[in-house]
Design a protein around this ligand. Structure first.
Ligand code: HEM
Ligand code: HEM
Length: 210
């Protein structure tokens, strides 16, 4: 019989899926505002005719942004208060990530990984910084929309520019995150974000220091 061990608590799983679902809605509604969907015929897909309606994508973007921002704040406060910092990068992680990638292709041995591998700590940091930049620039853009508020047009242009660029980066990170999890040697991690459990043998092999 396969034995398992707990990898992610219910709180962590719920937070992850709230961030993931609101993040996907933000991606879809944000790119809808550029606007891309009329040009690329997304509106022709049955059920998606609304996708180029600016008012609709704007409301979805604001609602999803509120949920995303709240969940990210909760995540930061929750793990800070519990003193859980295992996913933050450590000295030497960039070099270790390169070794980790080589090991995936059979070049060199797997490192003595902890709960999170060096490459996971690096990717977490990149997703985290990108999300925070999206939140800060998004909040400034929202603030300007509140009404008779005058902000320096140069500042606003920069905020819009950084928001759009980081939105594109977020899209690529999302695709890379899902593609990486679908790789055969990462696939056993998927159930850990659903049921919380991971195969004990897999964990001992890939995260021996955990
Ligand atoms: C916008 C959407 C998403 C965001 C922002 C996001 C973000 C993250 C972050 C920051 C981590 C921790 C770092 C890591 O282990 O790589 C993580 C872990 C994880 N994510 Fe996502 N995620 C998203 C969507 C998804 C989707 C669609 C899946 C399903 C395939 C998924 C499955 C997982 C799993 C299984 C882990 C745990 C990895 C482990 O146990 O080490 N995520 N996610
Ligand atoms: C995954 C995260 C996000 C992505 C991919 C994303 C993407 C985008 C894109 C592509 C646009 C249209 C281009 C532009 O006007 O610059 C946009 C607009 C906007 N976003 Fe986001 N965004 C995200 C998160 C947020 C958050 C967290 C907020 C607020 C806290 C926010 C607030 C806004 C606002 C106010 C606009 C302009 C709406 C208008 O036209 O008045 N976004 N976003």
């Amino acid at each position: 019989m396969m034995t398992t061990r707990i990898r992610h608590s219910l709180t962590v799983r719920i937070t992850h899926w709230i961030i993931a679902l609101s993040g996907i809605l933000l991606l879809f509604s944000g790119f809808g505002q550029l606007p891309l969907y009329k040009r690329y015929y997304v509106i022709k897909i049955p059920g998606l005719a609304w996708s180029s309606n600016y008012e609709i994508t704007l409301v979805i973007h604001y609602l999803a942004a509120a949920i995303f921002t709240a969940a990210v704040c909760f995540h930061l406060v929750y793990h800070y208060r519990r003193r859980e910092f295992g996913i933050l990068p450590k000295r030497g992680d960039i070099g270790d990530s390169i070794k980790g990638f080589k090991a995936m292709f059979g070049l060199g041995d797997e490192l003595h990984h902890e709960k999170f591998q060096a490459k996971q700590r690096i990717i977490y940091t990149i997703i985290g910084v990108t999300s925070l930049l999206l939140i800060v620039t998004g909040l400034i853009k929202s603030y300007k929309n509140l009404g008779a508020i005058v902000l320096d047009p140069m500042l606003l242009q920069w905020m819009a520019f950084i928001h759009t660029i980081t939105g594109g980066i977020f899209m690529m990170l999302f695709l890379a995150h899902v593609a990486a999890l679908l790789l055969k040697n990462h696939r056993p991690m998927i159930p850990s974000m659903i049921t919380g459990k991971i195969d004990r043998e897999y964990a001992e092999k890939h995260h021996p220091g955990w």
